[in-house]
Design a protein around this ligand. Structure first.
Ligand code: FES
Length: 119
């Protein structure tokens, strides 16, 4: 009988990929105590705007530093490799909300936060 070695197919025909599910985190802006939810897929700036909260911004790509804020509690991850904050600033807790995504509940200090739709 010939040797019939069988190699498994590279991908099973019925393989199911797990859909990506974003996590929700609570964001609190100090000192105004404004609160909203951000998903792990949204930048803090985008999530704030979706909740009707304006944070300072300009370039929205992590270079101009207009949005620089201080992370008081929690953790973030960046959507770009080299956000425009120095190592010292990072160590002091400064973040750029236009490219930072929550990876836990966070508290952010940004005194210039305001309502987007103030009447
Ligand atoms: S808006 Fe320019 S660095 Fe965030």
């Amino acid at each position: 009988m010939p040797n019939q070695s069988q190699t498994p197919p590279a991908q099973a025909p019925n393989e199911v990929t797990t859909p990506h599910t974003a996590k929700n985190f609570a964001v609190r802006i100090m000192p105004s105590e404004r609160q909203f939810e951000a998903t792990s897929d949204d930048t803090l700036l985008a999530a704030a705007e979706q909740a009707g909260i304006a944070l300072p911004s300009s370039c929205r790509n992590g270079t101009c530093r207009t949005c620089i804020s201080k992370l008081i509690a929690g953790t973030v991850a960046y959507s770009i490799e080299w956000p425009g904050v120095s190592l010292e600033e990072k160590q002091e807790g400064y973040i750029l909300p236009c490219v930072a995504k929550a990876t836990s509940d966070v508290v952010v200090e940004q005194a210039q936060a305001s309502e987007l739709w103030a009447g």
